[in-house]
Each structure stands twice: as structure tokens, then as C-alpha cells.
Design a binder for this molecule. Structure first.
Ligand code: DGJ
Length: 711
């Protein structure tokens, strides 16, 4: 809801308030925090009105470079004469319909915003800031645009999507960093009177620095994220006047956008939420993603249990081997079979054929009939593609070497023996749409895994250098928008060498993303916890794979691998046809159990449990009415005999009495009764309750799955 009193505006969600004032030179941020009761119009004590003169520097919602504010600016505009100085003044402040962000994905479900428009008279540029409140999920969004109303070109060298400023400089800065196989590891550091940065440079949101960032201090936390898949940057800077500024947006590195007269540039939408703790912010962020980012038929539709052949076969498979895995998958109760890399061109290893999306008939025996045969077993058929890439050993490269991203006269970097296609070119965009469409049509696939296995280097092509990274992402979004509109029933799963492009931009087109190539149960706990800090479990592709694990060599019990993978969208990724009968039966039980509870496991409120750096961690997913919950406790550090082991849960109704059961096969076994209060605030003794009972075995993680049913 948005209310107005003079030049004051109050944006409210169920638990939070954002109070702004349309001041003359920049909007003043008067308050962001716990919901304000009435009387908010008496705000003059929070900050005197600022007219741009004197020493007063209030907390504001943008900062254009060019005055006496020498902190990190949110906006830097360069005129044709080379000068970089802007001086904005208020033109209008209104409650208005939201402006669509041309070419960019954005949140949906709330049509009204507060629009503040400022003008820079010398440059002839209009800056519009739009703020929206999502009442049901306690999140706010901000979108900004710059319109050149003049005749001369203005270069946008920095344009953040959101600036927030707070009084206080004792905040910590939390980011989710990593690499291949260890994405989104949580790191927290004090800002400590200085500056902290979270930025990506790979051309994508990257495995190194996830775009979600948290600012927190005792009893207060604010989280920010971007609806964007390209290079991003979030900076927090505190100063000796006692303020902390937080800026998030497109990374200004190698960015310079020429805005000609009459043109408008839209920055990606930013999302922010505040609460008493990081956990509370996480709950709001996940609800926001579920309700206002994920769209289409899959928004609330139970996600199928899939079996993928990648770790089972890698490139060496035959039609017979694939069908054997699919038969075993059906026997175990899976619903979808996914044929991964290696089915096209002459792809027998990773040195060839990307771009040639035609059947490798020797291996598949005919991809259309293979898909049909999988369907005749009673499974849906899904397929893997890596549409943005080209192998130099391919027909596509022979025909169109100029479509590959490379710098004339320089031998390009070949990561995984492949080059990136220049998606800034409309012809390349069309090629992607045509090739993906023809594979989906030929195979009648119900699912597509969209991979992207390298970072961008040799960034050069048709678009101007300073616009290239962003134009690539706009090209990608245009392709994804066309394909998701043409195939609304297909379940698209994003992937990038594991989880190297896990962000809100991709999630606007693809309801789930492969979280990481690291499927080791112990390591997955930290990867999934870091991912779930902002993204709901229905977005996280999570698979049970072989033991010892192919990435780490660690052994873990099948029960533990399942308990951890069930914290996301469950799949299996191994040669099921080669498993001993008792393991396939156990997998059948796991899948039956998961199907019974998947509604709450995939779409319930998700509460992280324990501490991934500590002795144990896990998760608890709770139905909206709190009558049903499923939880997993995973012990990460073994103690001798695991004596006196205790844990507690979250999200349950404290006054309610619950039947507490543990998973046993496909069903449950009651172990006692307890109130929600005891389970949440108490310390529950779990000795002897773990599935993997032999404390001296090679198992690397001990787990138990619980079901809580309100009595
Ligand atoms: C990287 C993905 O993360 C894997 O799951 C698999 O699809 C391979 N690429 C195939 O090349």
C-alpha cells in the first residue's frame, strides 16, 4: 500500500514501512524498518528537508556524481564535452501505474508504484525512480530509468538500481561467494568504517559472487537482490558522519551506455526486504520469489522427480543404456527422464558440436523415437542443451565464425574448448530460438535443461564495447522470453556449470535452476543453505548421485544423500540400472515418501536449521497453516557415539501439539508427541535416532527426516 501526505510517502507491507520524502534535490529516505503505526506524517525529526546547500547530507535514494558528496555515487553521467557533473531537481512525485522495464524481466503482481521524477536541466535528462511495496511477501522493489530529452548524447557510466542509506556505521556485510562446486558460501565481515564490495565480472551473475547481499546489525537486517543475470555490483560504504550507504546495480566495470536524444535506459529492478534478522529477511525474500518472480504454469505446480543420466554415463551412452536407466527410473517411481549432454552432432566429448543441435544418431538411435520410447515407459522426456555456445569443431562455426565472441587478431580463450555466441546479434538470437524450438518440437520434450558452461572472455563483437555485457543479457532475455512464451508448458531448468547463473533474472523465465555440480551430501548442505538464504527450495535442482561422490570422493549413505537432496527439487543422477536391487527399492521408497510430502517440501515456508559451520544443520519446511512440516537434521561433525546430541526446529505453531515421526521407508514411524514450543524453543534429544547408525563407518554425514503433524 502507498499513502501520501504532502511530499511524504509511506509504502507499507504486512510488517515493514518505507517512508520517503520527495525533497528538492533527491528523495530523502526517512525510515525503513518495522511497520510504523499511525502518525507517520510527523516525520520532521527524522530528517530536516534538504535543499542541497550547507553541510547537511541526509540519507537519500540516489546520488549523482558532481557535487560535494565524495562517497560512492549511484549515478555518473558524462556529457558530450567530457564533463561528468549532474545536478537534479524534482519535477514530480506521484502514485502511479508501474512502467514496464523494456527488455528486462521484472517482478509482477503489484501494479502501483510511487514514481519520483527528477530532471537534470543542463544535460536534458530525466531520472525516474519507482518504488513498489509487496504487502504479502514483505518486500519492496525499485526500478529506475533515464530518459534523454535533449539533443546531445549522454554517456551513462554508472546507474545503480537502488541506493539505500542508514544512520549507523556498525553494520556487517554478508555475501554468498564461491566457485565451481562450492557456490554461495556465506561470508560476513564488518564494514568497519570502510567499504565492502560484492561484484561479478564474468558476464553472468557468476559462481564467485552471488548478487544477493545482506547488511545487518543487532536486531536489524536488510537484504538486496537484483532481477539481473549479468555483471552486478553491490557496495556498502560507511563514513565518519555515521552513515552507511548501500548501492546495488549493473557493475559499472566496462560499462558506458550512450543514451541518444529521445532514448530511455532502464536499469534492472532491485528487490529489498528488512527484518529483525537475516533469517527473517530470508523468509520474506523466498516468499517474494515464489509469489512475484516465478510465473507461468509451474509457479505452484509440483515439480516432477527426475532422473538425469549425466553422472551415470557422462558422454558414453547408447540408446540401450539410456533406456535401461529410464526403465529403472520408472520402476523407482520417477516421473521424468532427462537426457543430458552428448546426444547431438558428433559429441562424444566436450571438444565438439556445440551449436549443431541435430541428432547424434549413432548414440541415440534417433532422438525423436528415443523420446517416444521413454514416454511409452510412462515417463516424461527432458533434454539438455547449451544454446549460447559454439564449438570451433562444428558446422555452425564453419558457417558463421563471425558469430563467436572474439577479438580480431587475438587467439581467444577457450574454456571447456568452446566459445560464446554473440547474443547481441539479432541473427544469433533468432538462431537460438529456432534451434531450441526445433529440438523441443522434434522430441516433444516436457523439460529443457539450459546449460552455460563458461565465463565470458574476449568480450568483443557487434555491440559497442561499453554496452556489450548488458546487450548480451538483453539478447539472452529476449530469447528466453520468446521461448517461454512459445512453450509455456515446458519446465525450463537453468544451469551454468552447476549454479554459476543462479539469479532472479533467470528465475523470471525458468522456475528452477541446477544448484551446483557438487552433489556431495555434506557439501550440499552449505551450498543449499547459502542458496536458500534468498531463493525458495522449489527453485533449487538437487540430485542424489553415486557414492563415493564423483566431485569430492566422499562416501555417504543413500539415506543421507536423499535427506539433503529433498531440501530442493529432488532428482537422481546416476546409473540406476546398475544399482543393486535393495538400493533401487530404497530409492523407490524415498520417491514415494517425497511425492507424499512434496507439496509442503517444495512450496512450504523454508526455515534453515542449525549452522553449516557448526555441528549440525538442516531445514524445516512448513505448510501455510502450520499443520504439517517436514524437517531434516544433518550431523556434520561426528562426536564419539553421537551421545547427547540435541537439535531444535523452526516455523512450527508454538501452542499446537504435534505428532513427531521419522521417515521409515516410504512412510513414517511415530517417535513421540511435543508442542511446537518445545520443538522450536527447546532442545530435542536425538541420540540413536539417525538413519546411518554406524558412527565409525565412512559415512560423512548423518541424517534424520522428521514429519510433524498437528494433532
Ligand atoms: C554442466 C552441468 O552443470 C552438468 O550438470 C552437466 O549438464 C554438464 N554441464 C554437461 O556438460
Amino acid at each position: 500500500m502507498i499513502e501520501q501526505q504532502g511530499n511524504l510517502f509511506l509504502l507499507s507491507t504486512a510488517h515493514a514501512s518505507l517512508l520517503l520524502r520527495a525533497d528538492a534535490r533527491a528523495p530523502g529516505l526517512l525510515y525503513l524498518g518495522k511497520k510504523l503505526a499511525g502518525g507517520w506524517e510527523n516525520a520532521s525529526l527524522l530528517a530536516p528537508e534538504y535543499d542541497g546547500s550547507g553541510n547537511e547530507k541526509p540519507c537519500s535514494l540516489f546520488s549523482a556524481w558532481g557535487g560535494t558528496d565524495f562517497r560512492e555515487p549511484s549515478l555518473l553521467l558524462r556529457a558530450e564535452d567530457g564533463s561528468a557533473s549532474a545536478d537534479f531537481s524534482l519535477r514530480s512525485a506521484e502514485i502511479a501505474p508501474r512502467t514496464p522495464l523494456e527488455g528486462l524481466p521484472s517482478s509482477y503482481g503489484e501494479e502501483t508504484c510511487l514514481r519520483l521524477t527528477y530532471e537534470e536541466k543542463r544535460l536534458g535528462v530525466l531520472l525516474a525512480l519507482e518504488f513498489t511495496a509487496y504487502e504479502d511477501s514483505d518486500a519492496f522493489t525499485s526500478s529506475c530509468s533515464l530518459k534523454n530529452e535533449g539533443k546531445s548524447t549522454v554517456a551513462i557510466e554508472r546507474f545503480a538500481s537502488l541506493q539505500l542509506e542508514f544512520w549507523g556505521k556498525d553494520y556487517s556485510f554478508t555475501t554468498f561467494d564461491g566457485d565451481w562446486g562450492c557456490e554461495r558460501q556465506k561470508h560476513t565481515r564488518p564494514i568497519n568504517g570502510g567499504k565492502c564490495e560484492n561484484a561479478s565480472f564474468t558476464g553472468a551473475s557468476s559462481p564467485f559472487r552471488a548478487p544477493f547481499t545482506l547488511l545487518a546489525r543487532a536486531g536489524e537486517a536488510v537484504g538486496v537482490n537484483l532481477v539481473y543475470s549479468g555483471n552486478h555490483r553491490t557496495v556498502a560504504e560507511s563514513d565518519d558522519m555515521g552513515r552507511t550507504r548501500l548501492i546495488t546495480g549493473i557493475n559499472p566495470f566496462s560499462f558506458s551506455w550512450k543514451l541518444k536524444g529521445g532514448e530511455t535506459f532502464f536499469a534492472p529492478e532491485a528487490v529489498f526486504a528488512c527484518g529483525h534478522s537475516e533469517r527473517e529477511v530470508g523468509l520474506y525474500m523466498r516468499a517474494f520469489v515464489q509469489e512475484h518472480i516465478i510465473r507461468g504454469v509451474w509457479k505452484k505446480k509440483p515439480r516432477p522427480v527426475l532422473v538425469n543420466n549425466w553422472e551415470g554415463t557422462y558422454f558414453s551412452f547408447t540408446r540401450e543404456r539410456i533406456l535401461n536407466i529410464a526403465k529403472a527410473a520408472k520402476e523407482a517411481g520417477a516421473e521424468l527422464f532427462v537426457l543430458d549432454d552428448g546426444w547431438f552432432g558428433s559429441r562424444d566429448d566436450d571438444t565438439t558440436s556445440l551449436g549443431d543441435w541435430t541428432d547424434h544418431e549413432q548414440k541415440t538411435g534417433g532422438i525423436a523415437s528415443l523420446a517416444e520410447e521413454v514416454r511409452s515407459l510412462g515417463l516424461d522426456f527432458g533434454i539438455w542443451m547449451e544454446p549460447e555456445m559454439v564449438s570451433e569443431r562444428s558446422e555452425l562455426y564453419k558457417a558463421h565464425p563471425e558469430w563467436a565472441m572474439k577479438i580480431p587478431g587475438r587467439d581467444p580463450v577457450r574454456m571447456r574448448h568452446q566459445l560464446v555466441l554473440d547474443l547481441t546479434l539479432p541473427a544469433v538470437q533468432d538462431y537460438l530460438v529456432e534451434s531450441v524450438s526445433s529440438v523441443l518440437t522434434l522430441t516433444k520434450a516436457a523439460y529443457l535443461k539450459w546449460d552455460n558452461n563458461r565465463h565470458m572472455t574476449d568480450v568483443f563483437g557487434a555491440a559497442p564495447a561499453g554496452e556489450y555485457y548488458h546487450r548480451y543479457i538483453l539478447g539472452l532475455y529476449s530469447v528466453m522470453a520468446r521461448l517461454s512464451a512459445a512453450f509455456p508448458d515446458v519446465l525450463f531448468e537453468g544451469c551454468a556449470s552447476g549454479g554459476a547463473r543462479f539469479d532472479l533474472g533467470i528465475l523470471c523465465y525458468m522456475p528452477q535452476i541446477w544448484t551446483s555440480d557438487n552433489t556431495d551430501a555434506r557439501e550440499r548442505i552449505a551450498i543449499q543453505s547459502g542458496t536458500a538464504a534468498c531463493y525458495p527450495q522449489s527453485t533449487m535442482g538437487s540430485h542424489v548421485s553415486a557414492s563415493p561422490n564423483h566431485q569430492t570422493g566422499n562416501a555417504s549413505a543413500l539415506s543421507a544423500r536423499f535427506a539433503v537432496a529433498a531440501g530442493g527439487v529432488l532428482g537422481y543422477e546416476c546409473d540406476l540400472s546398475a544399482l543393486p536391487d535393495e538400493e533401487l527399492t530404497a530409492i523407490g521408497d524415498q520417491i514415494a515418501f517425497y511425492k507424499k510430502y512434496r507439496e509442503v517440501m517444495q512450496f512450504g515456508a523454508y526455515y534453515p536449521l542449525g549452522d553449516v559451520q557448526g555441528e549440525w544443520a538442516g531445514y524445516c519446511t512448513v505448510s501455510p497453516d502450520k499443520s504439517l512440516a517436514v524437517a531434516v537434521v544433518a550431523v556434520l561433525k561426528k562426536r564419539t557415539g553421537m551421545m547427547n546430541f540435541r537439535a531444535s526446529f523452526k516455523g512450527l505453531e508454538e501452542d499446537a501439539l504435534y505428532r513427531v515421526s521419522v521417515r521409515e521407508g516410504a512412510g513414517t514411524r511415530e517417535v513421540g508427541k511435543a508442542t511446537g514450543g518445545m520443538l522450536v524453543n527447546g532442545s530435542v534429544r536425538l541420540d540413536g535416532i539417525f538413519e546411518e547408525q554406524d558412527a565409525r563407518s565412512a559415512n560423512s554425514v548423518f541424517t534424520r527426516m522428521f514429519v510433524f503433524e498437528k494433532m
